[in-house]
Design a protein around this ligand. Structure first.
Ligand code: ARG
Length: 255
């Protein structure tokens, strides 16, 4: 489809919140349209629906039979009631596949998002006919300042509807010490932060579990944040390099 959306100017994306409405990003709603993203460029991006068909989290294809997401996404909706929607850029359209979940692995250390280990792997019923993401293995490959892209179908309005279409925004990886200033619980062993010091570009509610990528390599999963796009409050992501072996093992990948 429209891969012309992929090379959006970094400057435009920097100013756009991934979802048009997060309390602090309301004023930026008028440019959210600039942040539409295409599955042609990001075929591994998926979303999760509950048994009423409502989207509630994001996810990312890691193997032909498995999707990684945030552990906290399984708190509200058990794996048995979750379905994975892949290959559907716009929720209002019928394309792609909708697959049930046969098994959900949640990191055994997960308690709360602030305590980390916010990672889960869902095994789907059937196969996902889309290219999986690569898992980051070496944190040195995405040092602070690296421009990453976060993707999701999160909310468009406070307490209102979620985005119909996939959106993306570029966010730079943040220095661990800087992230710690924003979040006293920040644990660099388990988490990674991304965002601009002045805010403006971020994930938001409903984007949880979705991918933070550099090229086609997954470096984070949307985990939490204080509001959305607030200055000094970057998005907090599950650090993939820490959990790559766990994810691969539970996704049926070797090593
Ligand atoms: N916990 C949220 C969710 O369940 C994700 C929040 C991410 N927030 C942020 N500012 N990056 O969808």
């Amino acid at each position: 489809m429209s891969s012309r959306f992929a090379p959006l100017a970094a400057g435009v994306l920097a100013a756009a919140a991934l979802t048009a409405f997060c309390p602090s990003a309301a004023a930026r709603q008028e440019i959210a349209g600039g942040a539409r993203a295409s599955l042609a460029a990001h075929p591994y991006a998926v979303y999760l629906i509950n048994n009423r068909g409502t989207q509630y989290c994001g996810g990312v294809i890691v193997s032909p039979t498995a999707v990684a997401t945030a552990a906290h996404c399984l708190a509200d909706v058990p794996a048995s009631e979750t379905r994975v929607v892949a290959g559907r850029e716009d929720k209002r359209e019928p394309g792609g596949v909708v697959l049930g979940v046969t098994q959900g692995w949640r990191h055994p250390d997960f308690r709360t998002v602030q305590e980390g280990s916010d990672v889960a792997v869902l095994t789907v019923r059937g196969r996902l006919p889309y290219a999986p993401v690569d898992l980051a293995r070496d944190p040195a490959e995405h040092p602070a300042g690296t421009e990453a892209t976060v993707l999701g179908w999160g909310r468009l309005a406070s307490g209102g509807e979620r985005s119909s279409s996939l959106r993306s925004v570029v966010v730079p990886v943040v220095e661990n010490a800087t992230c710690h200033e924003g979040y006293s619980d920040f644990n660099p062993a388990s988490m990674l932060c991304a965002g601009y010091p002045e805010g403006g570009a971020d994930a938001c509610q409903g984007d949880s579990g979705g991918p933070l990528v550099v090229g086609d390599t997954l470096i984070g999963l949307v985990s939490y944040g204080d509001g959305c796009g607030k200055a000094g409050k970057p998005g907090v992501y599950t650090r993939i390099t820490t959990f790559a072996d766990d994810i691969a093992a539970h996704a049926g990948l070797s090593g």
